[in-house]
Design a protein around this ligand. Structure first.
Ligand code: NAD
Length: 248
């Protein structure tokens, strides 16, 4: 039987690009997103490429919905070999003291708690089946924040921490995790962030963004698939996808 890949945030951007590449390679796919219109569209396109696919509408920040998307994946395919823990959001660019606690909670609930809940419910399935691979979508902000993006940067540092901890906790259980860290990836994720964009904000962001080569979602999807294959040796590490910009 072909391997099963569960992808969150599969409606658009990197999740969709990864799903469509894996569909061409014959994987069975469980696609999750709270945007069911675009999520179903990704699923339909993957089916047209020959893949066996389910789409589950779920908000990754809600524990019961996470439990459901994991249960529905196991019901459909019997296992989860790979988990691309990818759903994430940005919020408006602000200085740290300008963020409301509601904005903080919203972002952390999706980018950190949502990723944690995915890990929490997928790992027992992987343990039961003798192992698996988790690819967390982190960010260059997991290494070095850019200005006006502090809460997002904190969330991606936290997700890098969860990635490294999986590397410590499950080495002997054949469960491996890799963080894939895009820098500037051409998707619509910043649509909300730019609602507060001004020339001044833009200048400070540009001044704090190290030179890098922008990537398409398809180029980062290739790195996700590379990390899926190399996860045993990459376990607990974060793959920097900044196109020549070195972070330490
Ligand atoms: N685009 C970039 O420059 C960039 C850089 C570094 C990291 N990232 C990360 O890449 C990942 C994918 O983002 P993208 O750039 O492809 O943007 P995107 O907005 O196209 O994709 C994010 C997907 O996550 C989904 N999503 C968001 N919140 C959700 C929730 N609560 N429940 C279920 N689904 C939810 C969205 O509907 C969307 O389909 C994110 O984790 C993001 O933080 C993006």
């Amino acid at each position: 039987m072909s391997k099963v890949v569960l992808i969150t945030g599969a409606a658009t951007g990197l999740g969709r690009a990864t799903a469509l590449k894996l569909a061409q390679e014959g994987y069975r796919l469980s696609l999750v997103d709270y945007n069911d219109e675009d999520g179903n569209d990704t699923a339909e396109r993957a089916r047209e490429l020959g893949a066996e696919v389910i789409f589950v509408k779920a908000d990754v920040s809600k524990e019961e919905e996470v439990r459901q998307y994991v249960a529905q994946t196991v019901e459909a395919f019997g296992a989860i070999d790979y988990f691309h823990n990818n759903a994430g959001i940005m919020i408006p660019f602000r200085l740290l003291h300008e963020y409301s606690s509601e904005e903080y909670d919203r972002l952390m609930n999706i980018n950190v708690k949502g990723a944690f809940l995915g890990i929490k419910y997928v790992i027992p399935v992987m343990l039961e089946h003798g192992g698996g691979v988790i690819i967390n979508t982190v960010s260059s902000n997991s290494f070095k924040p850019t200005a006006y993006n502090g809460v997002y940067a904190a969330s991606k540092h936290a997700l890098a921490g969860l990635t490294k901890s999986i590397g410590q906790d499950y080495q002997d259980k054949h469960i491996y995790a890799v963080g894939v860290a895009p820098n500037t990836m051409q998707t619509n994720i910043s649509a909300q962030a730019i609602s507060t964009y001004t020339e001044e904000v833009g200048a400070k962001i540009a001044a704090t963004t190290a030179p890098n080569i922008p990537a398409t979602a398809e180029e980062i999807a290739d790195v996700v698939i590379f990390a899926m294959g190399g996860a045993k040796m990459l376990n607990g590490s974060v793959v920097n996808c900044a196109g020549g910009q070195i972070y330490t």
